[in-house]
Design a protein around this ligand. Sequence first.
Ligand SMILES: Cc1ncc(COP(=O)(O)O)c(C=O)c1O
Length: 377
Amino acid sequence: MEWKVPLFEPDLGSKEKQALCDVIDSGWLTQGERTAQFEREFSAYIGSAHGIAVTNCTVALHLALEALGIEVGDEVICPSLTFVATANAIRYCGAKPVFADITSLQDWNISKPTIEKVITPKTKAIIVVHYAGYVCDMAPIMQLAAQHNLKVIEDVAHAPGASRKGKYAGTWGDAGCFSFFSNKNMTTGEGGMVVTDNPGLCQRTQRMRCHGMTSVTLDRHKGHNFSYDVVEKGFNYRMSELNAAVGLVQLEKLKVGNERRKEHVAYYRACLSGSQNIGLPFLTNDSDAAFHIMPILLPETADRVEVMTKLRDQQIQSSIHYRPIHTFENYREQGLGASEDLTHTTVVGDRVLTLPLYPSMRNEQIEQVCDALIKAV
Ligand SMILES: Cc1ncc(COP(=O)(O)O)c(C=O)c1O
């Protein structure tokens, strides 16, 4: 399909190409010095002491959970209105995802009151997701976690560079997990990062990323070590130098890209504000958001497939973020989400529609999308 307005468009160019050529010329493709530089520069940007680059955000979440000691039989609270990776990562540990409802039809993030309702004696951690790039109300969540001795992991896949009260998303909890998948605000193709201020957690995460080994291949290549020991459970979750090199270029573009997104969201809101039956979430969110996607709430009476089809007829791509996780067959079969009250999540899951959003969009394109949407609705 030739889209006139695609859902997203990555911002890739000659600098990324050159960075990839430089890596190939260097003769070292696996985790090495560029990865270390990407970790330093990304974590410094986010305001975190340490960054651990990994293969993607799904394994970043798994690694963070493992390194924080989540194990079989534990419960971990997360939203159901998120990409399935958030809950899958919990299941990798043999733990049970327990879903907290979103706060309201205006605030689609989980929050202290919705988390509090699903805490049990088995709860060990919370994964918050900063949906669409709007930062959760973290101060009360951190207070609640401290009261119940719970670990907090932030799924920051949508929110690189977002902040709330001057503190960046990813630096509130014990660990923050980022995605550099193709459609994210910055991309390395596939890629992820764990950030943390805790040096012990950083060391454990680094070791677990590479088979639980005490040295990595580059150390041995450089003659720093002849051998290694394996001191804990481990995985191969390393990032390659190719991904890291692209990440360094993309990081330079993040701030401007997020500013463009903010302008586009403001224009969308202005174009749609006259249409009372189209719901615009997060209008009262007071974070400095990363504006990853542009979700709207369709009126109860609208047929979503029909609306998406009418947009497609005009070569406008749209999507759904998300079908709630607890409604997927495999989750239902396991009884996951069966006992939680997910009233608001269900409404949003039924009526959410995601409109195109990316930095290089033009105002005429936003007008086209809004005209087509209003007519379709
Ligand atoms: C909220 C959220 N969490 C986790 C992920 C998983 O990221 P990755 O594709 O890098 O594994 C995504 C990716 O789309 C996401 O949107």
